[in-house]
Design a protein around this ligand. Structure first.
Ligand code: HEM
Length: 417
């Protein structure tokens, strides 16, 4: 098979125009799961589909050191965090995240979010019209800081929420948003490093099960603690994506509009189908378009030569909608998640493989649990009018969102037990 190389054009413009569908559309045009192109003059290889994902997550073939594009290191990820580690160093750091998110702790976070949501909903009712996306960011920031052992005064909530949000919501921007995201990273890292140092010095006392405590006391393979700056990056690796779950929660509300039969079925149900609904939201709606890695040593796959040092992108959005893995993939159908567990390389909204071994996200239980909290509140505990129901999804934004951020008017809420 010959390599399908798009020699003529740089793909930067096409990618910016359609960040979610660029890889799968180009792959479909070429009839291949792998192709080479140029991005800002650099050669890059793009892959899509479950079989490509299984290759991409083979640590013998790919490394993550140096894979994140520099603009994203200065905004979304920071430097020195788990995303750029390989081998034993990665496994040991990753084990810390899995411990931070163990099932009891996920339940504790769900309770904190429910509490904050109920507090907020009274204010939303009094205000009249509110926009769900930014309001849920505030709810999640309050809850995750409390849960993680990060002190947050009422006066600080808005600033810290804006900073944590700018890390993911502005990182994909190429203009002013990018500068905002870089500035937010600097301030947020200073804030988080200060908390780490206060915990280490004993000035701040937090429960041993809290994320900030575990990060402050984590030991690297050489037995040393992380530097305050790297520990700050890891603390933000817990706070930032938890707040980012606001994106998925806006999509839960959007999916409920489009599927009134499911809204009724869930409202009348006992909660046992909630997970299937939110899993289908994660499969169907866009969030991370792709992930990047670097070829470790030359190898061949599907007749394509992967050269050492080449940056490779794995298409997450397209893999979740690949007709070889999913029946009628464009259809929103939660029932597909009522049966067996999905394949770990076909269902990749937060990466593929095994989270303990690979770079797959350790926060999936958090994201799904918090989406279920939101679903429960939206369908069983409050009555609201969606002011722009089923608004079109803005796919050019990163992350994509329902246009307008999902405005609502809360009409009634039940009494919170
Ligand atoms: C809002 C929902 C979330 C989305 C869409 C998301 C998405 C992702 C994706 C696509 C990756 C990269 C996978 C890869 O590189 O192969 C990732 C990694 C990661 N996520 Fe999440 N995530 C979410 C929530 C969370 C939460 C709640 C946490 C922590 C509490 C978290 C912590 C991390 C960490 C630490 C990594 C790096 C893992 C590694 O490199 O080994 N994420 N996430």
């Amino acid at each position: 098979m010959t390599l399908s190389e798009l020699k003529s054009a740089d793909s930067a413009v096409a990618l910016l125009r359609d960040p979610y569908r660029f890889v799968s559309r180009r792959a479909a045009e070429l009839g291949e799961d792998v192709f080479e192109t140029r991005l800002l003059l650099r050669r890059i290889t793009c892959m899509t589909g479950a079989e490509a994902a299984a290759v991409f997550y083979d640590p013998a073939r790919f490394q993550r050191a140096g894979a994140a594009p520099p603009p994203l290191q200065k905004t979304l990820f920071g430097q020195g965090g788990v995303q750029g580690l390989d081998g034993d160093h990665h496994r040991q750091r990753k084990a810390m995240f899995l411990q931070i998110n163990d099932p009891d702790r996920v339940e504790a976070l769900a309770e904190a979010v429910t509490r904050e949501w109920r507090r907020a909903v009274d204010a939303w009712t009094a205000t009249g019209e509110v926009t769900l996306y930014p309001q849920v960011q505030l709810v999640l920031t309050r809850a995750v800081c409390d849960w993680a052992g990060v002190p947050l005064s009422d006066a600080e909530v808005e600033t810290r929420t804006a900073q944590l949000t700018a890390l993911f919501d502005d990182a994909g921007d190429i203009g002013l948003g990018h500068l905002r995201s870089r500035a937010a990273r600097k301030s947020a890292e200073r804030w988080a490093a200060d908390i780490i140092e206060q915990i280490r010095s004993g000035e701040l006392s937090v429960p041993t099960s809290a994320a900030a405590f575990m990060i402050a006391n984590h030991r690297e393979p050489d037995g040393r603690p992380m530097t305050p700056r790297v520990a700050a990056v890891e603390l933000l690796n817990v706070l930032r994506p938890t707040v980012a779950t606001a994106v998925y929660i806006a999509f839960v509300a959007h999916a409920l509009d489009g599927h009134p039969v499911w809204r009724e079925r869930l409202a009348d149900g006992d909660g046992s189908e909630d997970l299937a609904f939110v899993e289908e939201v994660r499969r169907h709606y866009p969030f991370f378009p792709a992930v990047a890695a670097i070829v470790r040593e030359d190898f061949h796959w599907r007749g394509h030569r992967f050269r050492k040092g080449r940056r490779v992108l794995l298409d997450l959005y397209g893999t979740n909608r690949d007709s070889r893995s999913w029946d009628d993939p464009e259809r929103f159908e939660p029932e597909r998640f009522l049966g067996e567990e999905p394949d770990r390389f076909a269902f990749v909204p937060q990466g593929g493989g095994d989270p303990a071994v690979h770079h797959r996200c350790p926060g999936e239980p958090v994201a799904t649990r918090l989406m279920i909290v939101a679903l429960d509140q939206l369908v069983r505990h409050m009555t609201y009018a969606a002011l722009a129901p089923s608004a079109p999804i803005d796919y050019r934004r990163l992350p994509a969102l329902p246009t307008g951020g999902y405005p609502i008017r809360v009409l009634a809420t039940d009494d919170f037990p």
